[in-house]
Design a protein around this ligand. Sequence first.
Ligand SMILES: Cc1ncc(COP(=O)(O)O)c(C=O)c1O
Length: 403
Amino acid sequence: MSQNSDFIPYGQHLIDEADIASVVSVLRSGALTNGPVTAKFESALSEITGAQEAVACSSGTAALHLAISALGVTSGDCVIVPALTFLASANSVRYVGADVIFADVNESTGLMEPRHFQDALNKASPGSVKAVIAVHMNGQCCDMPGIAEIARSHEIAIVEDACHALGGYYPKPDDKLAVGACAYSKASCFSFHPVKTVAMGEGGAITSNDSVFSAAMRKLRNHGMERSSENMKMSEFAVSPEGLANPWYYEMAEIGWNYRASDIHCALGLSQFTRLESSVRRRANLVALYDSALRSLSPIVRPVSRVGGRVAWHLYTVQIDFGRIGQSRASVMNALEKVGIGTQVHYFPVHLQPYYQNLYGRQHLPGAEKYYSFCLTLPLFPAMADADVERIVAELGRIIEMR
Ligand SMILES: Cc1ncc(COP(=O)(O)O)c(C=O)c1O
């Protein structure tokens, strides 16, 4: 079926007139990039998360790459990454030439728990693990105090992959802390891809409480370029014979990338931030409606297990016992698509990707593989109507012959 206006995708951004006006105002201004809106966007993100620093960049992938690079992770080092995540969490480690050690996850939440982190650590040679990436899958948060306790005793830096979780709060005892506050981590990485809670087209950011680390990421997002004369390595080029800083001069002591976010993208993100709270609330309402409607399909269809906290739900994922209904996931997805309902699978475990199997061989991580084999993401986005949830659950019930 071609996707018409009645089609309900699994995720959908929402653009309003204020968003359009915000972007247009940048288009009418003198600065499309490197202007004041990027700085405003960064301050707004600091305020939302409570972190002292926010560094905007071009995508969530760039955010992870910048954070891992600024930690100094390099070839010969290892980073622990949960197997159930988007490719970018693991790929960011490979970009710096380091090795990924995949950790398993809880089969019913999709989250890496401290025990999975410890198991992965036990597989590494002593001292080789420099960082762990804690992925807040679907919007639910990892057990940060538990992960931090292990990390601390091994001097392992924590990076939160919070790409799913902007606008949420951690579970007790940290329920006053917004996701991205970095109380336990060196950095939290965010994505502003259109299916996420805040859309920038493409965009990302890192929050941190370490100003030196954040300055390093700012430099790396701009080719590693140093412009401040007091930090120059080669004064004979940086300074004129009469002692003036050469105004054209910049230096690169370390390689970086063009990972800047333009002011156009930041204007959209900044405007979307003003609706973050209402969008998180609307998503929570829809999740509650789903949870109650899906009771009629239990135990064959179950929402992912909950770990607490005020979750900013990015995805509404259910686990379906496809074996018991005698249908493949593909046939259920195709049948839903035929009646105008989009679904997706988050995620095929990354350790099973051919690239990683070529590097590390075929590994078996039962929690991630079990979660994957049961999961299906149903539509969730703020513009959905309550009636959409009823329709989706009714169609799902009909397709799996429970209604
Ligand atoms: C968990 C996770 N990490 C990282 C990313 C990468 O973000 P981006 O698509 O903005 O590069 C995504 C985006 O899908 C994601 O879901």
